[in-house]
Design a protein around this ligand. Structure first.
Ligand SMILES: Nc1ncnc2c1ncn2[C@@H]1O[C@H](COP(=O)(O)OP(=O)(O)OP(=O)(O)O)[C@@H](O)[C@H]1O
Length: 577
């Protein structure tokens, strides 16, 4: 873990060396002060030569001036090092998260991901800066002052140092306790993030149900849970701080008591005694530093462990080594495909089907039968357990994911739009597209009039997830995005089912135009929208139960005709009369 942590220092090794060297220098200069005082008291003071004393003070002043400059370097460059490592880790984590498949996100909350990208990494950055440097300098100062004390009076040095092992034992004990508590605390912060994401992200639903009090109560629970965990960590921290304070004072007290004794016994000069007291006080500094690292180290390590957990989660869907880029026409073949979100409960079993290029195939059937699942296997959002899916004769696993997905356009019922402008959202279909291309796509999606009515045109802000747009406008924007993408294969997953009939009919025209010349997989509950499909497949829990054109399936008198009867029977009866 430590080796891995240090690998992130590699790009900044010179910054690290500079920072480290300055910190070591500061430590050494600190040690020089007691020795200087010793010399002033024992040698210069008896001579009563004011000019030499002034000269010595001037020398000390220059040393302090240098130390001040070094402090600036250590503080600024040290933090630069920390934030650089933190930024690199954040970028790496985000890049990795982008590669993780749908199945990862099915099982992990967004709030936790946000927390890992923000809070966890902040703590890691702090440790990256303070950890190695502070520990080294503190140990160096600690050992340095002990050696100096030994050279002045070894008996007093050992007596002053007797309690130091106790400090180390305390440090290890509290470190362990705090690592556990900080892990819990991070989990609680992630839970708060999740709650906020749900309650604020879903504010429209919350207010529509007038459930604000319920949400507040749930938040209160989470907030108090966090408070309790944080208090637990503060309790341990307080125990640590007080135990350390007492031990450090014992060092000073021991030095004072035995130092006086040695002075009375003429085994120590006044100057040495003062230097000893100053060195004993310098000891306090490193111990406090080590303590601060001990406080932040568990946080950083807990964060780093969580970071590595995600980084080590291999994306279950990746490009094969031999994967190729292939431009397809849109012939689709499912051969004996079996898939389940978990291994024990398959949603699709041994499904086989073929779709010709340019053909429109509609999937209908009972809710939960697996229509969406079937279509989401084509862009490899999930990996199938058995069988094979191919496009134009090539197994989709042998195609580069980018190549495969760039040739499939998806329009869903639940349109996801990004906060930003109309332009940014349409351009998502083809990054870097010109205004002309964007406007052309908008026109084909029949969104041009709406854009022309907006004072800011394409630069109109649509609000978070498109909250300032109507359902129909959102859907048109999603369609414009696909017009711009211009893929040979389309998946329309209940694209119009959230709209009223009039809007649905208007949008259907854009969709009809979109499907022209493309292989299209349509999932629809309202059979009226798929009457003109080249083929209709009825998906049930047992696979494709029926297949044929609208008329053929009606004649067959099976499940499709029953579905049709349930949706249109009454109307046809009325019309028949
Ligand atoms: N991400 C998921 N993780 C686990 N199970 C899932 C997931 N998505 C869907 N399922 C389950 O898989 C089954 C098929 O779901 P799917 O959404 O494919 O059905 P559908 O035919 O499209 O349904 P509907 O017509 O209601 O949209 C359902 O039992 C559903 O609970």
């Amino acid at each position: 873990m430590v080796k891995r942590f240090f690998s992130y220092y590699k790009p900044y090794k010179w910054l690290f060396v500079l920072d480290f060297a300055c910190a070591v220098f500061i430590g050494l200069l600190e040690l020089a002060f007691p020795l200087a005082v010793n010399q002033v008291i024992d040698r210069l003071l008896p001579e009563k030569d004011w000019s030499i004393i002034m000269l010595a003070c001037l020398g000390l002043f220059l040393i302090y001036l240098l130390n001040t400059g070094l402090h600036y370097v250590v503080t600024y460059w040290g933090h630069t090092l920390g934030i650089s490592i933190e930024t690199d880790m954040r970028q790496k984590l985000f890049t990795h998260m982008q590669k993780l498949s749908f199945s990862y996100y099915d099982g992990n909350k967004t709030g936790h991901s946000i927390s890992r990208l923000t809070k966890d990494l902040e703590e890691i950055g702090e440790v990256a800066h303070h950890g190695p440097e502070d520990v080294f300098v503190a140990l160096m100062t600690l050992i340095g002052s002990f050696v100096l004390m030994l050279t002045i009076n070894w008996k007093l040095a050992i007596l002053s140092f007797v309690v130091i092992p106790l400090l180390l034992i305390l440090a290890i004990y509290f470190n362990k306790k705090m690592t556990v508590t900080f892990r819990k605390m991070f989990h609680r912060i992630a839970e708060i993030n999740t709650r906020v994401g749900d309650s604020i992200g879903g504010i429209r639903v919350v207010q529509a149900f007038a459930n604000e009090k319920y949400e507040q109560e749930k938040f209160r629970e989470e907030n108090n849970h966090y408070k309790r965990t944080k208090l637990q960590s503060y309790r341990i921290m307080a125990q640590n701080v007080t135990a350390n304070y007492m031990t450090m004072r014992l060092v000073t007290l021991t030095t004072l008591m035995f130092g006086t004794y040695f002075v009375i016994q003429n085994q120590l000069t006044y100057g040495e005694f003062v230097a000893f007291i100053l060195l004993a006080n310098i000891l306090v500094g490193p111990i406090q530093k080590i303590n601060a690292v001990i406080e932040s180290y568990p946080k950083g390590i807990a964060g780093f462990k969580r970071y590595t957990e995600i980084i080590d989660t291999a994306p279950d869907i990746e490009d094969a080594h031999h994967a190729i880029h292939k431009d397809v026409k849109g012939a689709i073949q499912y051969r004996n495909v079996t898939f389940g979100y978990d291994e024990w409960s398959p949603v699709l079993q041994d499904v086989s089907l073929g779709i010709r290029p340019g053909e429109t195939v509609a999937f209908v059937g009972p809710s939960g039968a697996g229509k969406t699942t079937l279509c989401s296997l084509l862009p490899r959002f999930y990996e199938i357990q058995h069988g094979q899916i191919s496009m134009d004769g090539t197994n989709i696993k042998d195609m580069k994911l980018e190549s495969l997905r760039s040739q499939i356009g998806i329009v869903q019922q639940d349109v996801f739009l990004f906060s930003g402008t109309i332009r940014e959202n349409i351009e998502y279909g083809k990054l870097g597209a010109s205004d002309e291309e964007i406007l052309q796509a908008a026109k084909r999606a029949r969104l041009d009039d709406f854009i022309a009515d907006q004072p800011h045109g394409l630069d109109t802000i649509i609000g978070e997830r498109g909250t300032r747009l109507s359902g129909g406008q959102k859907q048109r924007l999603a369609i414009a995005r696909i017009f711009l993408k211009n893929p040979p294969v389309l998946i329309l997953d209940e694209a119009t089912s959230a709209l009223d009939t009039q809007t649905e009919q208007a949008i259907q025209k854009s969709l009809d135009e979109l499907t022209e010349g493309r292989t299209t997989l349509v999932i629809a509950h309202r059979l009226a929208t798929i009457k003109n499909a080249d083929r209709i497949m009825v998906v049930t829990k047992n696979g494709i139960a029926e297949e044929g054109s609208h008329e053929q399936l009606l004649k067959q008198g099976g499940l499709y005709s029953k579905l049709h009867q349930s949706q249109f029977g009454h109307q046809e009866l009325v019309l028949g009369n």
